[in-house]
Design a binder for this molecule. Structure first.
Ligand code: RP5
Length: 164
């Protein structure tokens, strides 16, 4: 497999606070990735170059995070055969509901796998990207299984005063 199978793209520097959770989760799973700012609105030529070249560049999955009028995941999906996972970033004005609706409501024919708003979606996008890659990578499949096992083991049997 290529050294960096996942590309994490985001519409703005301000999205990094959310999208860093995708990067951190992929790092924890030993999945190589690159991070890029690609704005559908402010850098449209960069978007076209990235999306059209992503497969040839060796990427296997793209995670795209954006907020507000979040066209980045859909426009990227329109220009690549690679699976695109969309993360709605929590916006100031509408708390990310705008981002969610923008990303999730793709017309039939151009899918974007849409995750939850904010950190939960960013973490789960990494886990889903890893699960897709693990189909052809037994080592990664084992690391994912281990990650799940450790998560299960970390859940206490009963709530405690100290932990809350
Ligand atoms: C979107 O606009 C970005 O994805 C970001 O979530 C939002 C706000 O961008 P900034 O004004 O913070 O750069 O394109």
């Amino acid at each position: 497999m290529t050294a960096t199978p996942v590309a994490i793209i985001m519409g703005s520097q301000s999205d990094w606070a959310t999208m860093r959770h995708t990067a951190e989760t992929l790092t924890a799973l030993g999945v190589g990735h690159v991070t890029r700012i690609v704005s559908a609105h402010r850098t449209p030529d960069r978007l076209v170059a990235f999306a059209k070249g992503a497969k040839a560049a060796g990427f296997r999955v793209i995670v795209a995070g954006a907020g507000g009028a979040a066209h980045l995941p859909g426009m990227t999906a329109a220009m690549t055969p690679l699976p695109v996972l969309g993360v709605p970033v929590e916006s100031k004005a509408l708390s990310g509901v705008d981002s969610l609706y923008s990303i999730v409501q793709m017309p039939p024919g151009v899918p974007v796998g849409t995750l939850a708003i904010g950190r939960a979606g960013a973490v789960n996008a990494a886990l889903l990207a890893a699960a897709i890659l693990a189909i052809g990578d037994d080592g990664l499949a084992a690391r994912l299984e281990d990650w799940r096992r450790r998560q299960t083991e970390s859940v206490a049997e009963a709530p405690s005063e100290e932990a809350s």
